[in-house]
Design a protein around this ligand. Structure first.
Ligand code: ATP
Length: 513
């Protein structure tokens, strides 16, 4: 399904609404509806349990959003958490200079891909992609230009060279997508942190920030957690919570929001052992994604061209969103930068005494950081499909189905009396529902023809529909319809939980990788 269809489906079926819609919305802020909150909670639970429950050496915390302002000085966010901003003087629209250049590079790649696809069609089975890409003059030029553009961009970003960013935009003749004009302002740095003011202190002194990442809540609590949980290195601290960034360009639905949720885990290790753990977490995080049924070709690693000031290695797990491969999760080897900076600014020793080595040191950190909302969008875009299936009368018809992993589906099963207004059927179905609701998230639905009710459940990803028919009154059995295969099994009421349990529970998912 294309991106537009995904966005409208998300609204129509109660997954995601734009914030403050009755006041014409607030840009880049979104609310989760009844099905959305269930799916989001399930994603969070899958992440939390795979970290905190599965690893005896990972513990959780829930730190406050407000932190002492010195935190953001030590972390580098006050001085360096900037994006290069450029305005178009004609449209008055604001852009990220680096993104304009990246989009230019994307277009070069798309041109190359177009040539490749054309040749693949022409040569059919004999097509050798590798050979074509390295020998076709046009493709070589497009891809070479793309690499050169990205390389120069990475250098300019690394050196915060705003003049060169502007120069590149001019040299590449990049125009404003809105007005088509090349009438640009200079490039300026724009700090992404939202600030607010404490009630009892005026001026700079009382200035607070909404946290732009959850990680710092973990670092400043490192000593507290280590002492109170008696963990030995290596160990991790996990946290799920809101983060806020004043993004300049916040299009693309919940991919880039101003208020979003992060799931972060900081793993504290011995200095010198960080690369082993970096590889360990790269591998495990990819397995976590694949266990949900995400095909390997939709995920890829992308090493950072431009390492952040705190990192000695960094990789993104990219997912193929409807608008291309983009970062879904980051895995960063952050060295002792954060603990070291907090130690320096606070004057408190952020050290760990290693009983085996018999010495104290500031631990190194490997972090895994994933946006919950981006994960949500990945799940929506991957699972939402339109397919042709036979309807009740055997005719081919199209259905929209969300093929979510059953363990994260918002509703696990729907209980449907075959027809309504037949009091014995609705009574029996209601009794089954009233029992199953203690077992899992269920929905009772008796409105409309059974075919339409199936479609409604398909559209929100319900893996099982339980139909109560007239035979049920005789044999105390029901029909269980499987969302993906459309197979229907006749099952005794006393066996429903047994049939469903293994498929829908998180335990099987956690054991599967
Ligand atoms: P990007 O380059 O896309 O801005 P980032 O590299 O700044 O992302 P990190 O600081 O590494 O992102 O944050 C970790 C994760 O948080 C990202 O992988 C992403 O999933 C999520 N994230 C970051 N910014 C946003 C945002 N504005 N909206 C939603 N999720 C976000």
């Amino acid at each position: 399904m294309d991106f537009k269809q995904i966005v409208s489906h998300a609204k129509e079926y109660g997954f995601i609404y734009q914030s403050s819609e009755i006041y014409d919305t607030l840009a880049a802020v979104y609310d989760y509806g009844p099905n959305g909150v269930e799916l989001k909670n399930n994603i969070k639970q899958y992440w939390w349990r795979s970290m905190v429950q599965r690893h005896e050496n990972i513990v959780g915390i829930d730190a406050a959003i407000f932190m002492h302002p010195k935190t953001w000085k030590a972390s580098g966010h006050v001085d360096a958490f900037n994006d290069p901003l450029i305005d178009n003087k004609d449209s008055k629209k604001r852009y990220r200079a680096d993104q304009l250049i990246e989009e230019y590079a994307d277009k070069l790649e798309a041109k190359a891909e177009k040539e490749i696809a054309k040749a693949a069609r022409r040569f059919g089975d004999k097509f050798d992609r590798e050979q074509f890409v390295t020998t076709n003059e046009r493709v070589v030029r497009y891809l070479g230009d793309k690499d050169a553009v990205l390389k120069r961009l990475a250098t300019a970003m690394k050196n915060s060279d705003l003049t060169d960013l502007k120069q590149q935009i001019e040299e590449l003749e990049i125009a404003c997508p809105e007005s088509g004009s090349r009438n640009w302002t200079e490039v300026r740095q724009f700090n992404l942190m939202f600030s607010t003011q404490l009630g009892n202190i005026a001026g700079e002194e009382g200035k607070l920030y909404l946290r732009p990442e959850t990680a710092q809540g973990i670092f400043v609590n490192f000593l507290n957690v280590q002492k109170t949980s008696r963990q030995k290195i290596p160990f991790g601290i996990a946290q799920i919570g809101k983060a806020f960034r004043n993004e300049i360009v916040a299009r693309q639905f919940i991919f880039r929001m101003r208020e979003f949720e992060q799931m972060e885990m900081q793993y504290f290790v011995r200095p010198g052992e960080e690369m082993e753990w970096y590889e360990y977490w790269k591998d495990l995080r990819l397995k976590w994604h694949k266990a949900l049924g995400t095909p390997g070709e939709k995920l890829r690693f992308h090493d950072h061209d431009n390492l952040a000031h705190y990192a000695n290695a960094a990789v993104d797990i990219q997912f193929e969103f409807p608008f291309g491969f983009r970062e879904l999760e980051g895995i960063h080897s952050r060295t002792d930068f954060d603990l070291g900076s907090h130690q320096e600014l606070s004057g408190r020793k952020m050290q760990y005494f290693d009983p085996e080595l018999e010495k104290s040191y500031v631990p190194y950190v490997v972090e895994t950081s994933i946006g919950c909302d981006r994960m949500f969008l990945a799940m929506l875009s991957q699972s939402l499909q339109e397919e042709s299936v036979p309807d009740a009368s055997g005719q081919e018809s199209t259905r929209v189905v969300m093929k979510l992993h059953p363990a994260i589906a918002p509703i696990k099963c729907a209980i449907l009396p075959l027809v309504k207004n037949k009091s014995e059927l609705t009574e029996k179905a209601t009794a089954i529902f009233n029992d199953l609701k203690f077992f899992t998230q269920c929905q009772y639905d008796e409105k409309d023809a059974i075919g339409r009710r199936y479609r409604r459940q398909d559209a929100i990803g319900t893996p099982f529909c339980i139909t109560v028919d007239f035979d049920s009154l005789e044999d105390n059995s029901v029909t269980i319809r499987h969302r993906d295969t459309l197979a229907q099994d006749r099952v005794h009421v006393s066996k429903i939980e047994e049939v469903l349990r293994d498929k829908i529970n998180m335990e099987s998912l956690l054991r599967s990788f």
